[in-house]
Ligand binder design. Sequence first.
Ligand code: SF4
Length: 402
Amino acid sequence: MKKAHDKALPQRRRGAEKSRAEKTEDAAKGVLCVSSAPLRLCGEEFSTRLIRWHKRHGRHDLPWQNTTDPYRVWLSEIMLQQTQVTTVTPYYLRFLERFPQLADLAAAPVEDVMALWSGLGYYARARNLHAAAHTVMAQHGGKFPRDPSVIAQLPGIGRSTANSIATFCFGAHAPILDGNVKRVLCRAFGIEGFPGSGAVEKRLWSLAEELMPKRHGAIYNQAQMDLGAMACARTKPRCEACPLDDICVARSTGRTAELPQARPHREVPLRHATLLVLLHGDRVLLETRPPAGIWGGLQSLPELPEGADAQEWAKRNFACRVIAVSPAPTFVHTFSHFKLHIAPLRVLVEPSLHAMETGQHWFSLDALAAAALPAPVRRILQQAASTEGIGHHERQDRNRGE
Ligand code: SF4
């Protein structure tokens, strides 16, 4: 009897009566709950809406668009990971000016690549970019591979980036799943769980494959990225301007602030480091960091071992005469897995020139713009330069995972 009554309900009513759990379950089956009726969503309809929206509202003139050159598309994809378009643009243009072709990048010393990347953060990206350029030259005769599964084997390139390059440059039929796309899918389909977890990511990949249209794959992939960046923003999504507003589970259930679910909370440990700013006139002593680990391959300040006396340690390790030691302002820098409390110590010295170790050199505070420095070290040196009255104009520390 109840069933017959339910059947007689208007579609709008039946849709509205579904609980949040039912709606989420429907979404998992590929059924979207809409205000008027449950709609079995056809991949083509989803992509058609996005493609139409992109035509009028998407981004069409970014410096890495309107090209099918895989080197340029690859470079932009890597730079855009965890980084905003406005930040990436000047770096992208400078990089291409210095390394116009993949072969130029492969032939350059890694230090030059790191210097151009300085300030952009997540430096493993730059090291991998350089290594991948070498691989393309050595194993693919300088020609960028076309097959997404082969592209994904290059250093620093994951499945989504490989698919993106193959779609934009070689017309492949390959879905993407970057942060923006994950956010749109989690909200539109009401997908629970942290999207970075293996199980949720697997589910998102299979949904992305299902939704991938047979034609216009490049426009569709660009549309998803643009929708995530321009309408379905992390905070305050502009649902009224979204082509999915009438079928989006997060919108219809009032859960845009809850989806996608945040990374489960974990305590971030706090570590401490004392960095020595060894100054001689307008020059500072820098060391090249080992290739692996934080700030790998970048120029940095010597770190004072815990419990060591700065004066004694500097004298012993750099064979210099210490004139004065004074503390500089401390600060906390946040990495993805820990926080670092940094205490810089300014040490005025009279150096002994024959005492330099490999990888150490005196660097003019006037020439910092050209140095491959992590942002916190740049910040310390800017302060040192202004205290010393050395005039130069440096960029601000943008604290991007450096
Ligand atoms: S309707 Fe809102 S929450 Fe849903 S996909 Fe569009 S912008 Fe995102």
